[in-house]
Design a protein around this ligand. Structure first.
Ligand code: NAP
Ligand code: 12T
Length: 345
């Protein structure tokens, strides 16, 4: 971005897996940062982070840290957002929040720019960034929904450990080495750090992301259900999800099945997706070409392939959707929202 104006930007959770990617995306996109304020817990105060080739000292995130901040990007967990977003707003900052804290509040826009950028400017100081798994799915389905209508979505996810933070990434690598060395794996973080029971992630597939809700779906699964309805502004669309953690470091993959309202031609779907912003089609079975997490890692786009009509249902469409969960799933979507915001600041 090239702009005359520049902005004081706070990154809350700057030392974390998402926060580090936010710093990188701000830098890569040439976001007009006047002054960067990296914030984290008291544990990190005094440490430094790198931005544009310079070192910045991390400060503790406190209410007064937001004095003079124009834009605050939050990725330090829901409880930090619940406490500090109102303080930042009170001090005049516009916040983009990556956590689950405010996503379903009726007055808070929940935005994936390719789908509902128009909602950004309805904010009252806060815009919520959806869950990573939801973002890449709705970005891929938006053109299909607009053209054919969608009445039902059934999705299974294959999610990377980096979605659960640095400690989960390290745990996956440590356990992998332990298995290869015939050592005990000692599960410590996954599936959910705050729950007492832990499971091995190395060489495994764990059907639990986030805590269980009363209906026996996990919270991650219910985020996909509820957030999809809100982002598409369609309470009638039926969504159900099974979310699974794999020993993949970066890149969420999703098997998405949709039932359309109108008949479709599969080649038209492919072309529609080819023209869609932020979407890259990789779909050539003859050449064994399809999206892979290893190719998507480090890229901003959402990759779609394995596009095919269901064998039994003529209005059933299958897709394989892959994206970097820390980029489009978190840091890039957040910075993209901020890029829209500053066009009117
Ligand atoms: P992470 O690697 O564990 O990093 C956590 C970050 O939060 C660190 O910078 C940490 O600072 C900071 N933090 C922790 N407690 C804090 C406190 N009391 N006050 C201020 N800062 C505090 O986790 P992550 O993967 O980056 O995720 C961070 C949060 O982002 C998650 O909890 C989640 O809410 C959200 N997230 C959203 C998506 C999405 O789907 N859009 C994806 C991933 C994560 P220290 O270094 O000082 O501990
Ligand atoms: N538990 O932003 O564990 O609601 O992968 C994102 C990712 C919560 C969120 C994960 C999580 C969120 C995870």
């Amino acid at each position: 971005m090239t702009m005359e104006k520049s902005f004081n930007v706070a990154v809350v959770g700057a030392t974390g897996a998402v926060g580090q990617q936010i710093l990188k995306v701000l830098e890569d996109r040439n976001f007009p940062v006047r002054q960067l304020k990296p914030l984290a817990s008291a544990r990190s105060a005094g440490k430094t982070v790198q931005f544009q080739g310079k070192k910045y000292v991390v400060e503790e995130a406190t209410p007064d840290a937001f004095k003079g901040v124009d834009i605050a990007l939050f990725s330090a967990g829901g409880s930090v957002s619940k406490k500090l977003v109102p303080e930042a707003v009170k001090r005049g900052a516009v916040c983009v929040d990556n956590t689950n804290a405010f996503r379903m509040e009726p007055d808070v826009p929940l935005v994936v720019p390719e789908v509902n950028a128009d909602k950004i400017f309805e904010h009252e100081g806060l815009i919520a960034n959806p869950n990573c798994s939801t973002i890449q799915m709705v970005a891929a389905l938006k053109p299909i929904k607009d053209r054919y209508g969608i009445n039902r979505i059934i999705v299974s996810t294959y999610q990377a450990v980096s979605g659960a933070g640095y400690e989960a990434m390290e745990e996956c690598l440590r356990q992998t080495r332990a298995v290869l060395d015939n050592e005990p794996v000692n599960p410590d973080i996954l599936p959910v750090g705050s729950l007492p029971r832990k499971h091995q992630i190395a060489f495994n597939a764990v059907p639990q992301i986030d805590v269980f809700e009363e209906n026996d779906f996990t919270r991650e699964e219910m985020k996909m259900v509820n957030e999809t309805k809100k982002i598409f502004d369609d309470q009638n669309i039926k969504v159900s999800a099974t979310c699974v953690r794999l020993p993949v470091i970066t890149g969420h993959s999703e098997a998405v099945y949709v039932e359309t309202d109108e008949d479709f031609d599969v080649n038209d779907v492919r072309n529609l997706l080819r023209e869609a912003p932020g979407i890259v089609v990789q779909d050539n079975p003859a050449e064994q070409e399809y999206p892979l997490a290893t190719d998507a890692a480090g890229k901003l786009d959402v990759f779609v392939g394995r596009i095919r009509r269901d064998v039994e249902n003529p209005r059933g469409l299958h897709l394989w959707v892959v994206s970097d969960n820390l980029l489009k799933g978190a840091a890039w979507n957040t910075v993209q929202i901020a890029e829209h915001l500053i066009t009117k600041m």
